[in-house]
Design a protein around this ligand. Sequence first.
Ligand SMILES: *Cc1c(COP(=O)(O)O)cnc(C)c1O
Length: 219
Amino acid sequence: MSIQENYNAIKSRLPQHVELVAVSKTHPVSAIQEVYDLGQKVFGENKVQELTEKYPLLPKDIKWHLIGHLQTNKVKYIAEFIDTIQSVDSEKLIREIDKEAGKYNRKIKILLQIKIAEEDTKFGLETEEAKNLYQKYLSGEFPNITITGLMGMATFTEDENQIKKEFLNLKRLFDELNQLQTLETLSMGMSDDFPIAIECGANSVRVGSAIFGRRDYSK
Ligand SMILES: *Cc1c(COP(=O)(O)O)cnc(C)c1O
């Protein structure tokens, strides 16, 4: 299927309240432009260098989301333009984002990335750390960021029950924090598991290969 057919197929499967983040990592600027021309405005990249190379070549009204692990020393390269950093997994990183956002006199939206997968390869905050950070945020510690929600990645497995269990754990934490102050975004689900994620309460999904095709990391 063409990118256009893929994109339309995915859009038709998403309920109205679910935001689509089109994950364009490894794919060329021409493919991103093609999806943009179909009406998509929110794109996700996972590497700072790749994002900063693509950013100047594409329309300025794209909302860029960083979805991959971010080192504190690289925040400065994206602070001026990034819309949302979905992969925030430490207090140190929050402090750095807050500082850099302040330099540009802007607020950067962030999601707290929560470790929900069983595999220990995935980055993310433990539940208790996340609650702590949210409390600090609510008490005004990080004036130049807005915590808009939570993000999580399920274990890479065929076992749908496992995936569901992990997504529901994240939904529970989301509901809990949401009672303290309203959160907008629960980002979970990728090409293979977004229908389960939506069933479990996701209102934002990060879909790459189901739109752009398989990634070729050899290039
Ligand atoms: C690559 C990536 C995605 C998209 O994965 P697909 O399986 O291609 O849809 C989603 N989230 C994160 C954090 C990613 O790194």
